[in-house]
Write a new protein. Structure first.
Length: 339
């Protein structure tokens, strides 16, 4: 395997109980330093894939190589080298943030003093210093996720797996979480494999994306490539009344796919709208037609998803596994309180 490949997956498949095909023959590669997004609706097979890649679940067929190691042959070494944040919360609420980290260090066999100093560093890095010595159950959702991120980093992994890391966080919590990830990527060249429901987040954060639906990968590419495959950007040019017809002029510009005229507005479908606009404005002005206004709309990943799966991304969104886990924890908490 070339050394710049962090994760290599070939024909990976998981069939539960001999009948439920959760992951159906998927193949892809993730390069070192890349942030790779795994995008799909509920039940698509995201958590199952993460579980196989992190050596928690045995594949039914196929191969997964993580940091040069086959997850089926060296599961323990894979686990030692990677960091994972699971979809369900894993912090022990009765332990303090610091204790959670020191316990995690112990699990990796990191000696006590080294464990304590790594814990302290991560607490500072994740801005949890004020809360470090109170029980994790008193943390807000965002603080808890930051603690779990710190736990995932205690063994200084080169590859981090995040399963729905920002689910249930408010926009501020989501933005905060991603700024930590961005910094880790820049400072340490961390490779990130992330599953998410949030298309905007994937669009902004991921270098490349795979869209998974019913256990199969239906599209892979950079967010821009995926959107470009939909036939480009929609540019609207509003032109001054009484100007000459510009249909032919606009159609002749490089990258233009179609031009429609409606009242004083030309609706242009084109590749790379951002470079088309200045050229079009200059050409229109030269032809004696003043441009009064311009809008450029890029297709969103929502539209990409619709194109590849025939469904709206949000259409079948019920409570996710995380929502269910949170609900369960709440009920358990209430029951404990009553006892
Ligand atoms: N332990 C299990 N036993 C049997 N079937 C399972 C098991 N875990 C998951 N499945 C099924 O496998 C499919 C994929 O589930 P998975 O949890 O991987 O999806 P997901 O994309 O992570 O969904 P979500 O967005 O809800 O987290 C679903 O049909 C699910 O019901
Ligand atoms: Mg899941």
């Amino acid at each position: 395997m070339p050394t710049n490949v962090a994760i290599e997956v070939e024909g990976l498949k998981k069939i539960y109980n001999g009948k439920i095909t959760a992951v159906d023959d998927i193949s892809f590669q993730v390069r070192h330093g890349e942030t790779f997004g795994f995008l799909g609706p509920n039940g698509a097979g995201k958590t199952t894939t993460v579980s196989m890649l992190t050596a928690g679940l045995r594949p039914t067929h196929g191969k997964a190589i993580v940091d040069g190691l086959d997850v089926s042959h060296d599961p323990e070494e894979v686990k030692r080298r990677i960091g994972v944040i699971f979809q369900e919360s894993t912090a022990d609420g009765d332990l303090t943030g610091r204790e959670n980290l020191e316990v995690a260090a112990g699990c990796f066999g990191i000696p006590g003093s080294e464990g304590r100093s790594r814990a302290k560093l991560l607490i500072d890095q994740m801005q949890l210093s004020d809360a470090a010595d109170r029980p994790a159950k008193t943390y807000s959702g965002g603080m808890r996720r930051r603690l779990e991120l710190a736990v995932g980093l205690i063994n200084r992994p080169r590859i981090l797996f995040l399963d729905e890391p920002t689910l249930g966080l408010d926009p501020q919590g989501r933005a905060g979480f991603w700024s930590f990830i961005r910094k880790l990527r820049e400072d340490d060249g961390l490779t990130v494999f992330v599953t998410t429901h949030y298309l905007d987040e994937a669009d902004e954060m991921c270098d490349r994306i795979a869209i998974i639906d019913h256990g199969k990968i239906v599209a892979t590419g950079t967010p821009t490539e995926l959107k470009d495959r939909l036939g480009g950007d929609a540019v609207n040019l509003r032109i001054q009344d009484g100007a000459p017809d510009l249909t032919g002029l606009l159609s002749g510009q490089p990258g233009v796919l179609s031009v429609q005229k409606q009242d004083g507005t030309y609706r242009v479908k084109c590749q790379k709208g951002e470079t088309f606009v200045p050229r079009a404005v200059a050409a229109c002005t030269e032809a004696g037609a003043a441009v009064l206004g311009v809008t450029v709309k890029r297709p969103s990943l929502d539209e990409v998803f619709l194109e590849y799966t025939g469904r709206e991304f949000r259409e079948e969104e019920g409570p996710t596994a995380t929502d269910r886990a949170v609900m369960l924890q709440r009920v358990q908490g209430q029951l404990r309180g009553r006892r």
